[in-house]
Design a binder for this molecule. Structure first.
Ligand code: ZN
Length: 284
């Protein structure tokens, strides 16, 4: 089973996770920039973070045979902090980088006027830089948040097929499907979605434009739930080809729209995590 995790925060994970992911079939990941838990007090903090997302983290991932890409943005939560707003002016420098395959995560946290502004400004950047956009949806008041999200996306003029609306569930799936945007689902140990609920949605809505991610971060989460979802699909009667479409070809198609998704030599560079062959040892 080959797996592309289209949304995972590896900065918050250990190298043990990279080893386990590689062993489970994860060959590529997209790491969206997000809120680190501890509020940042200046735009300079973001500079170091973005540099790490396009420098250190791809290097670390590469040691385990995992290809690493990033998305950059001012995240919805920190869009409310005036100390972080100057990040919007830093973004163009990063949106030119080859390792950056989308603008994200953007969207709503608490649906404030400040978030409205940052969301619209960053959708405009996605259009200007000809990049797809990764849109986070709020965890509270999900249906209303999703409706408002789709209205802002439509207003921005970005093509629906270049937007993924993420963290969906049974309540929001149909709205997004009807919009023409891609559908992102975060499979979590005990909140958001589970593998079995995901299988039900794939049964009902099919595999087109469907993206499954672990969204693993510094909270309770599991980078192997993409694999668990693939296995649940097989048990439920989906074919290997269906699983490959959802866990590999769909994310490749979506982020491939950036024109920057270089997956060449991926098979060749994949290492056997059991033997450690060809893994560079960090710090030695
Ligand atoms: Zn995230």
């Amino acid at each position: 089973m080959r797996i592309f995790d289209p949304h995972i925060h590896m900065t918050s994970r250990t190298t043990d996770d990279y080893e386990r992911m590689a062993a489970a079939g994860v060959r590529a990941v997209v790491e969206p920039s997000f809120w680190l838990g501890q509020p940042r007090t200046s735009a300079a903090s973001f500079t170091d973070y973005f540099d790490s997302l396009i420098g250190w983290e791809p290097f670390r991932a590469g040691q385990f045979g995992v290809r690493h890409f990033a998305t950059v943005a001012l995240n919805p939560k920190e869009a409310n902090d005036p100390r972080c707003r100057p990040v919007l002016d830093l973004l163009p420098r990063y949106l030119d980088k080859d390792a950056v395959v989308a603008v994200g995560e953007i969207g709503y946290d608490s649906m404030t006027p400040e978030e409205d502004e940052a969301f619209a400004a960053q959708l405009a950047l996605a259009v200007a830089y000809d990049l797809p956009a990764l849109v986070h949806t709020p965890h509270r008041d999900k249906a209303r948040g999703c409706e408002r999200t789709l209205a802002v996306v439509a207003e921005s003029g970005i093509e629906a097929g270049r937007v993924v609306v993420d963290h969906l569930n049974e309540v929001t799936v149909k709205l997004v499907r009807d919009s023409g945007c891609w559908l992102g689902f975060s499979i979590y140990p005990d909140t958001k979605m589970t593998p079995s609920r995901m299988v039900e949605l794939l049964r009902e809505y099919g595999t087109e434009r469907m993206l499954v991610n672990s969204a693993a971060d510094w909270g309770r989460s599991d980078p192997l739930l993409t694999r668990a979802t693939g296995e649940a699909m097989l048990l439920a009667g989906f074919s290997d080809d269906d699983v490959d479409k959802v866990l590999w070809r769909n994310p490749v198609e979506f982020y491939g729209q950036s024109g920057r998704l270089d997956l060449t030599d991926l098979e060749v560079s994949a290492v056997d995590p059991q033997t450690g062959n060809s893994i560079l040892r960090g710090g030695s």
